[in-house]
Design a protein around this ligand. Sequence first.
Ligand code: NAP
Length: 283
Amino acid sequence: MEPLIIDGKKISTDIKDELKAKVNKIKEDGTEITLVVIQIGDDPASTVYVRNKKRACEYIGINSRSYELPGDTSEEELLELINKLNNDSSVNGILVQLPVPDYIDPLNVINAISPEKDVDGFSPYSMGALNLGVDGFLSCTPAGIIELLNRNNIQIDGSHCVVVGRSNIVGKPMASLMLNNNATVTVTHSHTKNLKEICKQADILIVGVGKKEFITSEYVKDGAVVIDVGIHRDSNNKLCGDVLFDDVAPHCSAITPVPGGVGPMTIAMLMNNCVKSVELKNK
Ligand code: NAP
């Protein structure tokens, strides 16, 4: 079977182009959109993520402001800055690049961001809105996966979706979104028994297990759609995912590659949330 290789790079570019046109329209009456990104310390991976976010802002016409705080910034100082930005009406979105240093509680940081500016969609308010099916900021990676499925005409409604992983940024919001889209959802985690058998029942298998090439063809039903959220480096330092691609792909009807699948969608959906912040503000 020749699977459809889902092209996240192209779809993310399409979304950014659509957003660019939307932002041009929004700007016609003088409205500006501003995203503030805060990075603590100089973790190289975080620096790359922050740079990519700034580039995406530039591409679609959103202003980006960044605060690069020293690695020993206290939680109090960080919360003070967030509070200042919450009260700054020229700021639409606030994002703190995770992970934060060990001595800072990420939950305190996420809680401090005003729900109207929570463009990452991680706050208890945004997660609650998602669970209630109320309009709000959607967690970017799971929202990107819905776009990948919809834009490839993969039917979610009525499908059995198995999500591997239950983290607050991937597994849980993913499960809620699939449920809101009328899938029948099974969520699995490290205490799940018979993981292979459960995964093998999935029409759509979404993997955010954080373990390199963990999912093999033994976990996949013939004709399933497989979405790989994982990002790792293999022994040759090349990017790979949570799914053993070459082994699994021949059994699927569609599959996301790593790189070029889910990864590019996260930033596109962050940009979508920045644009949405203006719409939510006007509501
Ligand atoms: P995480 O916080 O480490 O969560 C991993 C989840 O997998 C946990 O719920 C864990 O269960 C579960 N798990 C671990 N071992 C398992 C096993 N043997 N069987 C079944 N479940 C198991 O990771 P995450 O933040 O969700 O990220 C997952 C992956 O996605 C990582 O590779 C990360 O780099 C990647 N990621 C990519 C993007 C993107 O933009 N593409 C965004 C975010 C994350 P417990 O809850 O029981 O511990």
